[in-house]
Ligand binder design. Structure first.
Ligand SMILES: NC(=O)c1ccc[n+]([C@@H]2O[C@H](COP(=O)([O-])OP(=O)(O)OC[C@H]3O[C@@H](n4cnc5c(N)ncnc54)[C@H](OP(=O)(O)O)[C@@H]3O)[C@@H](O)[C@H]2O)c1
Length: 248
């Protein structure tokens, strides 16, 4: 028997035109949810995600927004309101990484990372809070670099560990309505940010796990799908590490 635990539900997945977000969108769609495929620059990728969902018999729309801008996030939710009469699941997957030495601090890069990684999920949750049905879900993507910061990646790590505070605060604020809020903390993953990493960086992360490899976006999406499911109704304010026991 095929399991469709999210049948009738509507899920917004940010950054679903590529990488981990795309796999999350496909996974939630396979579980029966209608998907809002959010993208910023990857219009062709978002269209491909929608096509894949529709070809498999699901329902999806694509909507563009730069999540670091509140007005664009408001427009994103305006588009959701036009297409769907409900919202059940929000996955904050969109995120950016970058780095550099302290001495080379780049204010533009700092603003960009704070904008996409912190203001973005906050604007999304602020719009979603009043729309989410009772029993809804918010799932935030953090990073193992928040748990194990590395030299030169301090800003990224700081934004990603701050997400955990959002999770715990929002879980307390929304819990009375049965809305759960959780964090998934991926380690190095492909498809996704690791696609653009130099071979030596990838090799470093491969050997950091006893599995001798990095994770796949589908493996991260599976954890998100569990948290989105009715089975996870008592899991809230939690942070789940999905990094193959890597020590980085
Ligand atoms: N892959 C990894 O190794 C890894 C490890 C730990 C944590 N994570 C976390 O997992 C999440 C997904 O990462 P990923 O690997 O899928 O990254 P990715 O492949 O680099 O994709 C980044 C995503 O963020 C979106 N995005 C970037 N700037 C945006 C903006 N201003 N407004 C809206 N969306 C924007 C992109 O959308 P467009 O392409 O449409 O612009 C894209 O979908 C991130 O939060 C990341 O921090 C990833």
């Amino acid at each position: 028997m095929t399991s469709i635990p999210l049948s009738g539900k509507v899920a917004l997945v940010t950054g679903a035109g590529r990488g981990i977000g795309k796999q999350i969108a496909l996974r939630l769609a396979a579980a029966g949810a209608s998907i809002v495929v959010h993208f910023s620059g990857s219009e062709a990728g978002a269209a491909a995600t929608v096509d894949e969902i529709v070809a498999a018999g699901g329902e999806a729309i694509r909507v563009r927004a730069d999540i670091s801008k509140r007005s664009e996030v408001e427009q994103l939710f305006g588009a959701i309101d036009q297409h769907f009469d409900r919202l059940d699941i929000v996955v904050n997957s969109a995120g950016v990484s970058g780095g550099g030495s302290l001495a080379d601090l780049d204010e533009e890069q700092l603003e960009w990372m704070l904008g996409v990684n912190l203001r973005g999920p906050l604007y999304i949750a602020a719009e979603a809070a009043s729309r989410l049905r009772d029993g809804g879900r918010i799932i935030n993507l953090s990073s193992s670099l928040g748990e194990f910061p590395m030299a030169g990646a301090g800003i990224y790590s700081a934004t990603k560990v701050a997400i955990k505070s959002f999770t715990e605060s929002w879980a307390k604020e929304l819990g009375r309505r049965g809305v759960t809020v959780n964090t998934v903390i991926p380690g190095a993953t492909a498809p996704g940010m690791m696609d653009r990493a130099p071979q030596e960086t990838r090799a470093f992360f491969e050997q950091a796990s006893p599995f001798g490899r990095i994770g796949t976006a589908s493996e991260v999406a599976a954890v998100v799908a569990f948290l989105a499911s009715p089975e996870a109704s008592w899991v809230s304010g939690a942070h789940i590490l999905a990094n193959g026991a890597a020590s980085t």
